[in-house]
Ligand binder design. Structure first.
Ligand SMILES: Cc1cc2nc3c(=O)[nH]c(=O)nc-3n(C[C@H](O)[C@H](O)[C@H](O)COP(=O)(O)OP(=O)(O)OC[C@H]3O[C@@H](n4cnc5c(N)ncnc54)[C@H](O)[C@@H]3O)c2cc1C
Length: 295
């Protein structure tokens, strides 16, 4: 029966030097988000690394493989990682992986699932009953529709309207008792769930490599993303930062807090003239960049 593997000898080699667990022997690291949400870091690759080092070593090891130089001193590692980040040599960053457990409302999961480079396994509301958990923003976080950003809200709305909005959510959430009642009467879970509002929570395991995580974070920690997904993204960055501090710093310096200049913008700086476009949005973006640059 099966396949004969008896000719294959597996050599189990010990680590050359003492190692430590990057998660400090914890089963998981967790950050609570909002009322019922959570970002849990459940595993990391590499998990065991040379004492005194961070998981950044996996990036360096991959980058140096062609030279056969192995890992060098921390300072040289930092210089190499920062060079790789500046020049978008991305594959070494794919050698670090993170497995998360997320609990978030469905409207956030819908935005999140668009990031196709993660491996995902979600809670099944066909097999299991959806728990009675709904996202309720705090009254101060009920935001007025922005006049400048069609996709978002920024300023808090006045108290009475905020309260009316929360009452509306209460009404939607009261449908949970109908959901339970109809399942008791025999309606299948896969159908009973379809009347629940999208502020109900779901959860999943989500595994991603560091390169693609940085891409996710650059989009979802950004102020243009919905506030609620920003809160999750910031929690994830806080969890991974102590594990890959050098790469995280390089990400902030060369990606997240860096700026991309277009050819027209470079020309405007060189000539001191206005941006050579009639496009209002492009001009507004250039004004924002100029303010950031102190021009
Ligand atoms: C502020 C904001 C507003 C948004 N608004 C909307 C909206 O109104 N409507 C909407 O539908 N979406 C919207 N999105 C989603 C957005 O368009 C992207 O789908 C999402 O951000 C995922 O980005 P991505 O494809 O780069 O990421 P990932 O799926 O993680 O992919 C990472 C990278 O891998 C490559 N890649 C992955 N899969 C493929 C593939 N099949 N083919 C080629 N290359 C691939 C691409 O280079 C991609 O950039 C919004 C996103 C943000 C951040």
């Amino acid at each position: 029966m099966g396949i004969d593997l008896s000719d294959i000898q597996i050599q189990r080699k010990k680590f050359d030097n003492p190692v430590h667990d990057v998660m400090e022997n914890a089963a998981r690291w967790e950050v609570k988000v909002h009322d019922h949400g959570m970002v849990g870091l459940v595993d990391v690759m590499p998990r065991l690394i040379p004492a005194g080092k961070t998981a950044d070593v996996a990036i360096v090891q991959a980058a140096r493989v062609s030279y056969g130089e192995g890992t060098k001193h921390v300072n040289e590692d930092r210089g190499l990682i920062r060079y790789l980040a500046r020049h978008r040599h991305t594959t070494p960053f794919e050698m670090v992986e993170f497995k998360f457990h997320h609990v978030m409302p469905i409207f956030i999961a819908r935005q999140w699932i668009r990031h196709r480079t993660a491996n995902v396994n979600e809670y099944s509301a066909r097999y299991s009953v959806v728990p009675d958990r709904f996202y309720h923003p705090s009254i101060d976080n009920v935001r007025r529709q922005s006049t400048v950003n069609r996709q978002g809200g920024d300023e808090p709305i006045e108290h009475a309207t905020a309260q009316e909005f929360l009452n509306y959510l209460d009404k939607c959430e009261s449908l949970y008792s109908d959901y339970e009642k109809l399942m008791e009467k025999g309606v299948s879970r896969e159908l009973a769930r379809i009347g629940l509002p999208i502020n109900v929570y779901t959860e999943w395991y989500w595994k991603i490599d560091l390169h693609n995580l940085f891409h996710f974070l650059s989009l979802r920690m950004d102020s243009h993303a919905q506030q609620e997904i920003q809160d999750y993204a910031r929690a994830m960055f806080a969890l991974i930062q102590p594990i890959v501090p050098i790469a995280a710093e390089a990400f902030l310096d060369y990606n997240f807090q860096a700026m991309h200049l277009t050819r027209l913008e470079i020309q405007a700086i060189r000539t001191g003239q206005a941006l050579d476009t009639t496009n209002k949005r492009e001009t507004a973006e250039w004004e924002q960049k100029k303010a950031q640059l102190g021009l």
